[in-house]
Design a protein around this ligand. Structure first.
Ligand code: GDP
Length: 304
C-alpha cells in the first residue's frame, strides 16, 4: 500500500519529537522518506539525489533553538524547495509589445501539442485575445485536420498548409518553416494579436525533428516556446527535456495528462534540469481541461 509522505514523515516526527536537537541520523531517516516519496512520484533519479542533498544541507543548518518541532520544519523546507524549483510564482505568458505575440509549441508526438493548441487558443480567446492557430505539424497525416477540428471547437481560425481542407486561409507550401512564417504574417495582416504555432513531434527525439523545430524558431522569433510533455513520461523526462532545451531553448513547460495516474514528478524533473518554469497544466481531452500551473499545488500533489 502507498503511504503519503506526510504519513511517513509523521511517523518520523514521532521519533524526532522530544529530542533537544536533530542528529544527522534523524535527518538521514527523514531524507530517506523524502527520497522514496519523490521516486514514487516519478521524479527522475538524479533530480531526487540533488533535491535530497539540498534538503539535508538546510536541515543540518537548522537552529536547534528553533527546532521545537523539527519534523514540521523539515516538511516546510521540502515544500519551499519544491515550490522554488517549480518556479515559485505562476509564470504568465509574456505578451509582445508589438502584436502578434508568437507562441510556438514543441514536444514529442503524442505529448498533447495539438490538443493544447486548441485549449490555449480557447483560453486566450476567453481572455479577450484574438488568436490564430498555425498548423505546422506536417509529419502526422491527421494533425492538420485535428488542429482544424480543435480550432472549430474553440471558435478560432486555423492557418493550414493544405488548400481546400476547409481551412480559412490557403498556404502556398507544405514546408513547415515556410508555413510558420506565413502563418505569422497572416496573423499580423489580419490583426490577430496572438498566433499559436503547432509543430511536428516524433515518438523519440531525433535530429531531423529538432532541426526542423529549431528552423521554425529561427524563422518566427517566438515570444514563447512551450515545451509540451506528458506527465506519464517518468524517468525519460530528463533526457527529453534536455534535448528540447538544447534544440529549441524553450521558455516554458506545459505538463499534460495530469488527469491520469501521474503524480507530477515530471514537472520537478524538467524544471530542475532546465531551470525553465512550468506554466500550464493539461488535465483531460476536452478543450476546457486546461489550467495555469500553480507550483504550490504541484508541491502538495507530489508530497501527498
Ligand atoms: P501531439 O502529437 O503532441 O499533437 O498530441 P495530441 O494533441 O494529438 O494528443 C495525443 C493524445 O493525447 C490524444 O488522444 C489527446 O486526446 C490526448 N490528450 C492530450 N492532452 C491530454 C490530457 O491532458 N489528458 C488526457 N487524458 N489526454 C490528453
Amino acid at each position: 500500500m502507498f503511504n503519503s509522505l506526510s504519513d511517513r514523515l509523521t511517523a518520523t516526527f514521532k521519533n524526532l519529537r522530544g529530542k533537544g536537537r536533530l542528529t544527522e541520523a534523524d535527518i538521514d531517516a527523514t531524507v530517506r522518506e523524502i527520497r522514496r516519496a519523490l521516486l514514487d512520484a516519478d521524479v527522475a533519479v538524479p533530480v531526487v539525489r540533488a533535491f535530497t542533498a539540498a534538503v539535508k544541507e538546510r536541515a543540518l543548518g537548522l537552529e536547534v533553538s528553533q527546532a521545537l518541532n523539527p519534523g514540521q520544519q523539515i516538511v516546510k523546507i521540502v515544500n519551499e524547495e519544491l515550490v522554488g524549483i517549480l518556479g515559485g510564482e505562476t509564470r504568465r505568458i509574456r505578451l509582445a509589445k508589438n502584436p502578434p505575440t508568437v507562441i510556438m509549441l514543441a514536444g514529442l508526438q503524442g505529448a498533447g501539442k495539438t490538443t493544447l493548441a486548441g485549449k490555449l487558443s480557447k483560453w486566450l480567446k476567453g481572455q479577450g485575445h484574438s488568436p490564430l492557430l498555425v498548423a505546422c505539424d506536417l509529419q502526422r497525416p491527421n494533425a492538420v485536420r485535428q488542429l482544424q477540428v480543435n480550432g472549430e471547437r474553440a471558435g478560432v481560425p486555423v492557418y493550414a498548409p493544405h488548400p481546400g481542407v476547409s481551412s480559412e486561409f490557403e498556404a502556398a507550401t507544405g514546408d513547415p518553416v515556410a508555413v510558420a512564417r506565413q502563418g505569422v504574417a497572416e496573423a499580423r495582416a489580419r490583426l490577430h494579436d496572438v498566433v499559436i504555432v503547432d509543430t511536428a513531434g516524433r515518438l523519440g527525439v531525433d535530429a531531423e525533428l529538432m532541426q526542423q523545430a529549431a528552423d521554425i524558431r529561427a524563422a518566427i522569433s517566438p515570444d514563447e516556446v512551450l515545451f509540451v510533455i506528458d506527465a506519464m513520461i517518468g524517468q525519460d523526462a530528463v533526457n527529453t527535456a534536455l534535448a528540447f532545451n538544447e534544440g529549441v531553448d524553450f521558455t516554458g513547460v506545459v505538463l499534460t495528462k495530469l488527469d491520469g495516474d501521474a503524480r507530477g514528478g515530471a514537472a520537478l524533473s524538467v524544471a530542475s534540469v532546465t531551470g525553465k518554469p512550468v506554466m500550464f497544466a493539461s488535465t483531460g481531452e476536452g478543450l476546457g481541461d486546461f489550467e495555469l500551473f500553480h507550483p504550490d499545488r504541484m508541491a502538495s500533489r507530489i508530497l501527498d
